[in-house]
Write a protein that binds this ligand. Structure first.
Ligand code: SF4
Length: 217
């Protein structure tokens, strides 16, 4: 694992991500589904510029939220999830604040967030890792695909189950989880793509069993 991470770090540079408040991170991650980081960030910044706080987003007409986040794609679905999530948090906490999560265990944070309709394990893991600074690796489509090809998870392990296996079974050492998550996403976008991974140009070529890669030797 350390060799894999070192190779990826030498190729893509050290991973960095600004730490956001847990509610900000949750909203940002909801916007990130099936879009690029650039479009996600554009939608998030538009939302923050148009509405002074999350309470204003919660109270806004749905059409205004949809219009503001169009750059993120799936704007109708995402606007609904954003507002329903804000409603649910307000109903439970009496305010729009998730700072209480800092006092919970990792599994309790995952349970709390995934009990909100529309919030999945990967989104909860992003809050845990990026906002709360926990050693917990989110598994998105790139991480799931690369973990399978590299033989870190079995061929039939779903992305949700991969969270348990990569984190709880200590497949990825705790101190590497944040970095490795970022590096696998970078590598999945640039080289180890879903179709036609460029194994000949890959810095992991001699370390990778290429499981499930068509035509791999
Ligand atoms: S060798 Fe091929 S399958 Fe393995 S990580 Fe590199 S691009 Fe992906």
């Amino acid at each position: 694992m350390r060799a894999l991470n070192r190779r990826l770090e030498s190729r893509y540079g050290v991973a960095r991500k600004p730490r956001l408040d847990p509610l900000d991170e949750l909203m940002l991650t909801i916007l990130s589904q099936s879009t690029s980081d650039t479009n996600r960030d554009r939608a998030y910044e538009a939302l923050r510029a148009r509405f002074p706080d999350w309470e204003s987003v919660r109270a806004a007409p749905r059409a205004d939220v949809e219009e503001t986040i169009r750059s993120a794609g799936l704007w109708k679905q995402k606007a609904r999830v954003l507002q329903e999530t804000l409603d649910a948090i307000h109903a439970r906490q009496g305010q729009l604040d998730l700072s209480h999560l800092a006092a919970l265990r990792d599994d309790e944070v995952i349970d709390y967030l995934t009990s909100l309709r529309g919030v999945g394990v990967k989104t909860a893991a992003c809050v845990l890792c990026f906002s709360l600074g926990r050693a917990y690796m989110p598994v998105d489509t790139h991480v799931h695909r690369l973990a399978g090809r590299l033989g870190l998870i079995g061929p039939r392990v779903t992305a949700d189950r991969a969270h348990e296996s990569l984190n709880r079974d200590n497949v990825v050492p705790a101190e590497l989880r944040f970095d490795f998550h970022i590096q696998l996403i970078r590598h999945g976008r640039a080289v180890c793509r879903a179709s036609r991974p460029d194994c000949d140009a890959c810095v992991l070529e001699d370390l990778c069993p290429k499981i499930g890669v068509p035509g791999a030797v």
